[in-house]
Design a protein around this ligand. Sequence first.
Ligand code: SF4
Length: 389
Amino acid sequence: MMRDYFADLGAASRDPARKVAWCTSVGPAEILRALGFAVYFPENHGALLGATRMSSETIPVANAHGYSPEICSYLTSDVGACLKGVTPLTKAYGLEEAPRPDVLVYCTNQCKDVMHWFGWYARRWSVPLLGIHPPTHVAEVRPEHVADVVAQYRHLIVQLEAISGRKLDPAELERAVARSREATDLWEEVLNTGTARPSPLSFFDGAIYMGPIVVLRGTEIAVDYYRALLAEMQDRVAAATAAVPGERKRIYWEGMPVWGRLRHLSEVFQRNRAAVVASTYCNSWIFSDFDPRQPLPSMARAYTRIFINRDDACKEAYLLRLAGQFGIDGIVYHAARTCPNNTNSHYGMPERLRAQGLPGVVIDGDLNDLRCFSDEQSTTVIEAFVETL
Ligand code: SF4
């Protein structure tokens, strides 16, 4: 499925009749699909660079070109890969390079690094750079926030119509939003099978299963995939098939994955018979607000309401709710060095949640920069934590 997706992107970038849009992972993909763009997500490429550990060779290249080791290591991995002329897509799917964009579309609902990241490509390839800037870190999404983002979408659509050479068909947008809603509802059901004891899947499985909800939402393929995956997970629940045999403790993972150490970390938890049954990261692609009857307002609401874009009180209420729902014994907070946006342990949250009966521990690391992660330290911290639980 992913091969087909990337093959199509490669074909689109070679076909003068088709247009390629780059989009941030929680950007307005449905608008792009409805306008007929082939949609590529550089953060997915960043994760592939991390998971293949190619990032260890590409991050220093970006650093040498003035992009700090302290900023998003998806950005530095990806920019470094472009400068170096390498991509994991070659070995995995036969693409010589990432598909060249006709337009770059970001949304700062997650961070402002994406604006700098896409800005680098806009300058390099003289490609239009379009951005949505929603209100950030909100307690609640209020009607005026939705109106603001909808107005930005309308302006974006006018600019995209000029690039794509076609008018947005409202029915196409409704269909894209409907398909995204269906896929995201199924993805939520898949993740919720983790409430079973033993859990049929772990965060480390979810980090792989989430691919389609990131890169293929708005398509029928994603709907089919999550329908099949849900059936498989339900079979596993019925058969009491455990992701972690002998599961004795249930953990919540808060923060980014450490892409280059997924196997190592999954084995540490497995050895300690601790199942990581839920995570903020996988849940970040549940968009229950999508409503095809009101495509733009519902997209504005869904994409502004995401966890990363909320204040700490909202995040804490959310974590407590999920801890109850999944029977969580404790939280592991990943303090990702280069992503303060997806790191929630810096402002006292673990202490506040501990005071409310939810123990937690912090491990230092990073999504892609393995210079910031120690196998030994993280293993010691996790093992000691599970033991105290
Ligand atoms: S949220 Fe973090 S990992 Fe994602 S693009 Fe922004 S800085 Fe990078």
